[in-house]
Write a protein that binds this ligand. Sequence first.
Ligand code: ZN
Length: 297
Amino acid sequence: METTSVKTNEPLHVFWSQDYVLESDVETRRKSGPLAALLKSGEIANIELVEPAPITRTELLAIHESQYIDELTTKDENLARSIFASTGGVRDAVDAMFEFGKSGSLSSGLHHARPDGEYGLCYLNGLALAALRAIQIHQIGNIGVLDLDAHCGGGTFTMLGENPNVTLADVSCNSFDSWLPNSNRHYLEVISDGREYLGAVKRSLAHLKNVDALIYNAGMDPFEDDGMGGMKGITREVLAERERLVAQWCEDHQKPAMFVLAGGYCGSKLDIDGLARMHLMTIKEFARIQINSPRND
Ligand SMILES: [Zn+2]
């Protein structure tokens, strides 16, 4: 049966709870607090901030070894609360993406995590969990993972690289945690000049043309004033254009899409509120676009 395509103005569902925030920790587990405050103040129209349920041990067994999960649970109660809450938000964002067409979670610290341990500030690989959920629960035949963090997503490759239902695209400006593409489903570009960045982003989107839905790791650490990953020439304006390009691509091709925050660190010229405003650019673009809800097909 043909259905008339009606443009609905769905609010953008953004998952977050106070439990994500671990004040004593690095920006990875701190910055969602000021970012949520900006969203609550109405900085961007048509946002629905939703509290997720924490991820469960059983759900984590899809991506992590049981011994590692048990160690995390017993070693540091506060860290466990934060990462279980923010990984629950990634899971709920997957379901919301397929219900509403687009979604996001203010989660960070994902793409370096390995099945048996933490790596590069990442404990639980929510990107791998999200991709597997899209395939197993939502019957997606080709799920895309776009990783635009400054660093490479070697943990995600370890977990998903062999999966024939996953297309990986990774553009980085730092070779930390780099990986070797070994299939035409894989795209990795590590740039060495900020002027190459937006061109590389466009090539990574072209690589994703056949995916059925997109999981976007929207790192802000390529920013030239970032304290950890930044590259000269990747300005605020370049990253605003990057977010416009990615979101517009999702709208133009009507790909259900979700984002997570990924990297982004304070530096001598970037405080935590400035950092939150960098991540706000992703949310602004996702709020703007209209993707028809797959449930209306
Ligand atoms: Zn990074």
